[in-house]
Design a protein around this ligand. Structure first.
Ligand code: ZN
Length: 499
């Protein structure tokens, strides 16, 4: 450690410790904590998070950061990365007047509840005034960080993925629309070709749990450094690279759901577990961005997990576990089943082919209301029009339409595109890996170690010290290129549907 940095280290350590405790409590609330504990645990969390904020945001730390910035050249590489990250965080927090921050926190505390009620009542008008306020605050907050003629929406986008702005996303999404919408229509017309009624039979939850553990370990989730639990919605949380926790949700009448959530979350977890020891527990010791994180989870879930090669050695085990239900379902039928595509209304239930269209719709609407003044009450109609245009279906209600996701009530604008970028990055990595190693052979042998090792060596171990495009550039001499993603979907669905 450089001499200059020594002053900052104890402050970072304390912040890390408090945040680790908060993360663990949050995990506990979502998994094991008893129903009546929340109010009391919330008090503990409030005190800890207040302490974390005050120990980090204060004039003393500000002065240390300024000094480090002045002598940046004397810092080691990792320290430079940490400083860059901290200055960015600081800028975001400092520019918002505390008064407005408090007002927004109050709004945020009730907005989720108002959204949930409006959704339940299937009544957008109940949520509209709250959404309008949330948008107003987010535009204002982003405005404080605006440099020159930067776009407001670009500022919030960069909070989730610094490499991509609206100009690049427009080009990316237009390409996807042009090429994928016709493919979706073609595939949709053949929806009856694939029968996956087997998936909705009754599957014992205990056995699903056993298989979930087995498959997590199979793809590389290390149970000595991780835990798999059940929760309402699947998620990953990490305390540090030696304690990464994932969850899934088991449905008795949906075999696929938990299998693919486990593989997805294991992909996130493998990323975190493979961050270098010298970076973990520092401000840059986690996955570099939401987009990159989603690329890793989707690489495992979709590219690896929905391939025939992956299931060739594994399917007999699944059949053995659920003899009664799967005895007559061949591997070919199963592969067709897990890749079946039908346009649907709900993003979280969408298949791999139609998923990005759900994201494009949210992106286009966010871009519009973040950049322009709009009549909030017109949003549901616009939402429905876009679903009809891109997916060929119209939501019968706001509940299944514009009110389906919680994110807008929390002010998380600019967040959705990361999901689509993740899919595109995953496809690009797939073609690259295929060109340098016998990828399919490894999957058929059940040997995922060389693939994990490659990802560790070229992405995971670096934590946040590089960004998405830097990783891609260094791996394959090319930044994100949407062509790979389009090619991947076309090749895959041509095969699945014999087009
Ligand atoms: Zn994910």
């Amino acid at each position: 450690m450089s001499k200059l940095f020594e002053e900052l280290q104890p402050i970072l350590d304390k912040d890390m410790a408090l945040n680790t405790a908060l993360t663990l409590l949050d995990w506990d609330n979502k998994t094991l904590a008893p129903e009546k504990s929340i109010e009391y645990t919330a008090k503990v969390m409030g005190i800890l998070s207040d302490e974390a904020f005050r120990s980090f945001v204060n004039p003393e730390v500000r002065a240390i950061l300024a000094k480090l910035e002045e002598h940046k050249e004397e810092l080691e590489d990792n320290e430079k990365a940490i400083l860059k990250k901290l200055l960015k965080d600081y800028e975001k927090m400092e520019k918002i007047p505390p008064e407005e921050n408090r007002e927004f926190s109050e709004l945020e505390a009730v907005a989720g509840g108002i959204w949930a009620k409006a959704k339940n009542n299937d009544n957008f008008a109940e949520f509209a005034p709250t959404l309008e306020k949330v948008i107003h605050f987010q535009k204002k907050f982003a405005g404080y960080r605006k440099k020159g003629d930067e776009k407001i929406y670009d500022i919030v986008l960069s909070d989730y993925e610094e490499c991509f702005n609206t100009e690049m996303l427009d080009a990316f999404f237009n390409k996807v629309k042009e090429e994928i919408v016709p493919l979706i229509k073609e595939v949709s017309a053949r929806r009856d070709q694939i029968d996956k009624s087997y998936n909705a039979l009754s599957y014992d939850v205990k056995k699903q749990e056993e298989f979930g553990k087995y498959i997590a370990e199979y793809v590389g989730f290390d149970f000595k450094k991780g835990v798999l639990a059940a929760s309402e919605h699947p998620f990953t949380t990490n305390l540090h690279n030696h304690d990464v926790r994932i969850t899934t949700h088991y449905y008795e009448n949906d075999l696929e759901s938990s299998i693919f959530s486990v593989i997805h979350e294991a992909g996130h977890a493998i990323y975190e577990m493979q961050v270098a020891d010298e970076l973990t527990q520092t401000p840059v010791g986690a996955g570099t961005s939401m987009g990159m994180h989603e690329s890793q989870s989707r690489f495992f879930e979709n590219v690896i997990g929905r391939s025939e090669e992956f299931w060739t050695p594994l399917y007999p085990k699944l059949q053995e576990t659920f003899k009664e239900q799967l005895a007559d379902i061949s591997l070919e039928q199963f592969i067709a089943g897990i890749n079946k595509s039908v346009p649907s209304l709900i993003r979280t239930e969408a298949d791999e082919l139609t998923y990005t269209l759900h994201i494009i719709i949210r992106y286009e609407m966010e871009k519009m209301f973040m950049e322009n003044e709009i009549d909030i009450m017109k949003l549901p109609e616009l939402w429905n029009q876009k679903y009809e245009e891109y997916l060929g279906i119209t939501p019968p209600s706001d509940k299944d339409g514009i009110l389906q996701d919680v994110h807008w009530s929390l002010g998380a604008f600019g967040y959705f595109p990361s999901y689509a970028l993740g899919s595109a990055v995953a496809a690009q990595i797939y073609y690259h890996i295929k060109s340098i190693m016998p990828f399919e052979e490894y999957l058929k042998e059940g040997n995922l170690a060389p693939i994990r090792e490659y990802l560790k060596e070229h992405i995971h171990r670096f934590g946040m010290t590089k960004n998405t495009n830097e990783f891609l550039m260094e791996m394959m001499g090319e930044e994100l290129n949407a062509d790979y993603y389009v090619r991947y979907l076309k090749e895959k669905y041509t095969k699945v549907y014999g087009l």
